[in-house]
Write a protein that binds this ligand. Sequence first.
Ligand code: SF4
Length: 396
Amino acid sequence: MACLLQATTGSALTRLIRNRSSMNYRPDRSIQRRRSRQIMVGDVPIGGNAPITVQSMTNTATEDVAATVAQIQRLEKAGADLVRVSCPTPESTVALKSIVRASQVPIIADIHFHYRRAIEAAKAGAACLRINPGNIGNRTRVREVVKAAKDHGAAIRIGVNGGSLERHLLAKYAEPCPEALVESALEHMRCLEDADFFNFKISVKASDLFMATAAYRQLAELCDYPLHLGITEAGSPRIGTVKSAIGTGSLLWAGIGDTLRVSLASDPVEEIHVGFDILKSLGLRHRGVMVIACPSCARQQFDVISTVALLEEQLAHIATPLTVSVIGCVVNGPGEAKMSDIGITGGGNNNHQIYVSGLTDHVLRNADIVEHLVTMIEAKAAEIAANDAVQIEFVS
Ligand code: SF4
């Protein structure tokens, strides 16, 4: 169904490109995903041929149910497939029950140090328990967590982190390194398997790009469990986005990764936007409006930068995949418009060429560009969504 959704959206040309991309028709756009087994986090499949999911984490006090639910709803609106919530206190796992009930997306409980919080979170309805091998405690405790996960239908993420490795691994390797991250993951993988539990995914995060990506590449060769990608503590929106795009993006490009979180010191909603932008850039998933815009220069016939900023703001509510080109002049405008669902090319004397589905449609004269494009794009998104619904019904 996911492939079908990807394959039936957009204008004739963009649809063709997407079809080709999803069916590996064009080798230059093809990414062969690592074959991972599929697990379920609530009703969301992770791994196998499921779409790569995007998740974020709340930063409200979990005990404050209203604030946490409000943030989760903002994340859902932005497209989050999963949301992680910290459970540091007994009060937080009490609150988790109400949070899970009020959320549309599966909730992952983030556990450090206190294995009892994991057991409480499973009872509270968490769809997944993120445990950190470096601080969850001995095997007996892990087995108790596994029992709770089994009893309550929760998945588990083995969340290894370069900043909190087990002492014996630090003693063995002297310092965090890819091999230590992988060894930690494999030890806990065996622990869960020994307890006859297989509904889990693994992450081996580090803030160091080289360490994290090397660890993920090694781990991808050694097991078939789904991998949760992330460059941890990546930093502010600017550097964090760049680091995540390089680290997570290079792994995805190599076919590695089944779910991801972009870690930014910013509004969690921004993490969802960046996560989707990374996937969109690699053609791995399409959601919302992708604006192709020139950087502008002295040849621009309208203010490209402010137009793009306003369009992104006013089109954020659209989930239907759609490409819009906003180009300041005829140098690149017609070419980009051919590959867009809606396009504008700046023309002289405030006469701008508008394109629909790659073809010239009409000239916009002395009008509000943003207002005009928003109306057109909303209508186009509705048309694409309706066509996709008909095609899906027809195929199924
Ligand atoms: S497309 Fe035109 S306006 Fe935009 S950067 Fe290129 S030359 Fe300048």
